[in-house]
Design a protein around this ligand. Structure first.
Ligand code: D5M
Ligand code: FE
Ligand code: ZN
Length: 574
């Protein structure tokens, strides 16, 4: 049989399985394919599945074995024998796999984690941990092949800010007006906290001044353009009026200002100091700016730290249900969490993971973009969640999972977004996954993480030439500098007109976590840890059309005590 024939059979079989309402892992599918008559056997498996009590339409390998053993008389001799053969070889295979992992880990010079340490024989892994539903897992110490530190500590999670249930809107003009006023007032207050910003005048008062005078103002950028002579001209407005501001092109000789000016876009709040020149030959007076600043972060920000050596794994954009979902990489991540992956050093890091944040696009959803159906292998949203829960149920119970909504979740597209309603993600709720809105601020063991899917980052990257999709950390920095998660209004990012601006970064987070771009990045800015998660989905035609080269399978883990950041690239290491 050629490879393409084998793939054809596999696809047809998968279709039958999904159409029959079953979810299946690739491992189980590979096993079924190898049965003497897979098409016949699968129908029999469906028929006999109710005979096994934990049959929940998730066709895992262990369930499959139970069904076959329990109904031996119905299945062919060869099928039952193949089960026995499988049993014998599986231990050997898992040993080989682990050997292989270690070899690759040692060879791979580019890996983020040093694997020079030798594996101690007593820690050698023989069989993968079998962790079923969390409720079944509780107290099942023997399920884990290592002794995770995180298991010793209770979870300390607080949701500090969550828009869920507080973001109703009529979509009327008043709502937009209130939103803008609230944004201006709160940002202005933040700007005034800067030591050099104490004497800003209302614009209405500035335009009444009859003589040339040194002035300062705080306003939102209404428009900005480059003049024929290469200077910048902008209209700045506050709640009292509007004024023209000229920024001399010579500012470009000062790198610090050039960097700031080239990133000025509409709707940002600025503080301007300069010489006001009343209306001479011009229609109205203008300010010749000699100093400009955005709100920014203070230079002396000190992050909160956990008192224990626990850490947080930051995920997003797994797009479960998509044909391009990288399930194998996701399963490797789960193995990492259960201590079945890598050497003792890697397992020590895995054992510290106490929290996982899933920052949106956990599922691919349905009807998110035109013709999405063609890209899905699970086209029912409930089944997508069921499949998610099958995967997530394998994560050890002592890890707290927080799930925030992205643009693929079954909630509104405009930000801020509420948490996914229980009716969709019930199986996840059963696993005690904490569902929250987006953006949200959460506290884990004293450390505050600002969780934002990242919708607006693409707008910023499009408008500012020096910001690019393949370096999301720079865009994240800019959001912090603007102290706003969507500093430009009216572009691709849909912003809901609610009366309070949930997108203002008023409280400085210790960790700032985004996703959406599908390209991972790690960094820091003024002691704030910046993480863009990347994804678990390989390139779709949709991404290709936007020139996005995704980086699937990389998981950043941040230590909550030391802020040490480690990236696990599950694509590289096995
Ligand atoms: O976004 C998938 C990828 O595609 C991600 O890298 C963002 C990018 N994307 C999504 N929508 C757009 C638009 N409208 N323009 C440019 N790039 C886009 P996801 O949210 O996972 O569907
Ligand atoms: Fe996504
Ligand atoms: Zn997204």
């Amino acid at each position: 049989m050629t490879n393409s024939e084998a793939l054809g059979i596999k696809k047809a079989l998968l279709k039958t399985i999904i159409q029959s309402g079953f979810n299946i892992s690739p491992e189980t599918l590979d096993f079924i394919i190898k049965l003497p008559d897979p098409n016949k056997e699968i129908k029999l498996i469906f028929k006999k599945s109710p005979s096994v009590s934990d049959s929940n339409n998730h066709l895992t390998k262990s369930l499959l074995k139970k069904i076959i053993y329990k109904n031996k008389e119905y299945f062919s001799q060869k099928t039952v024998e193949s089960l026995n053969d499988e049993e014998k070889t599986s231990q050997e295979q898992s040993r080989l796999k682990i050997e292989n992992t270690r070899k690759i880990l040692r060879k791979d010079k580019q890996q983020t984690i040093a694997t020079t340490e030798r594996e101690s024989p007593e820690l050698a892994i023989t069989t993968p941990a079998k962790i079923k539903k969390k409720s079944q897992y509780a107290g099942a110490k023997s399920s884990l092949n290592f002794n995770p530190l995180a298991k010793e500590f209770d979870s300390e999670l607080k949701i500090l800010k969550d828009p869920t249930g507080k973001i109703f809107t009529n979509g009327e003009y008043d709502d937009f007006y209130n939103l803008t006023m609230n944004k201006y007032e709160v940002l202005r207050k933040l700007m005034k906290n800067r030591s050099e910003v104490h004497s800003a005048s209302n614009i209405k008062n500035i335009i009444r001044i009859p003589d040339q005078t040194e002035v300062s103002a705080i306003g939102l950028v209404k428009s900005i353009r480059k003049t024929k002579k290469g200077n910048y001209f902008m209209d700045l407005e506050d709640h009292t009026g509007e004024i023209g501001v000229l920024i001399n092109k010579n500012i470009e000789n000062e790198p610090e200002f050039k960097n700031l000016v080239e990133k000025i876009i509409e709707d940002q709040l600025l503080y301007i100091q300069g010489q006001y020149s009343p209306n001479n030959s011009q229609q109205r007076g203008i300010i010749y700016a000699n100093y400009i600043t955005k709100i920014d972060l203070p230079t002396d920000f000190t992050p909160n730290t956990a008192s224990e050596e626990l850490s947080i794994a930051l995920l997003s954009d797994s797009h479960i249900g998509s044909k391009e979902f990288e399930e194998k990489l996701f399963l490797k991540f789960i193995k990492f969490l259960t201590g079945d992956y890598g050497n003792s050093k890697i397992r020590a890091i895995a054992g510290k993971v106490k929290y996982i944040i899933i920052n949106g696009d956990l599922i691919d959803g349905v009807g998110v973009y035109p013709n999405q159906k063609e890209d899905l292998n699970i086209s029912d949203i409930f089944k997508q969640y069921k499949y998610c829960s099958e995967l997530i149920s394998q994560i050890p119970e002592y890890i707290t999972i927080i799930y925030s909504s992205g643009n693929h979740e079954p909630v509104r597209n405009a930000i801020p977004r509420p948490a996914v309603p229980k009716k969709y993600c019930n199986p996840l709720k059963d696993l005690e996954v904490v569902c929250v809105g987006n953006p949200c601020l959460i506290q884990t063991h004293s450390v505050n993480s600002l969780v934002f899917h990242g919708d607006s980052m693409l707008d910023l990257n499009m408008l500012v030439p020096s910001l690019q999709n393949d370096n999301p950390v720079n865009t994240m920095k800019e959001l912090l500098i603007c102290r706003h998660l969507a500093p430009v209004f009216g572009k691709k990012t849909q912003i809901a007109p609610v009366d309070k601006d949930w997108l203002i970064i008023d409280k400085i987070p210790d960790i700032f976590h985004t996703g959406h771009v599908h390209i991972n990045g790690l960094g820091s800015y003024r002691n704030v840890t910046l993480v863009n998660s990347g994804c678990f989905q390989s390139q779709t035609d949709f991404m290709k059309s936007f020139g996005i080269n995704p980086t699937p399978g990389i998981v950043p883990v941040v230590n909550l005590k030391s802020y040490e950041q480690v990236e696990f690239d599950f694509k590289k290491t096995i």
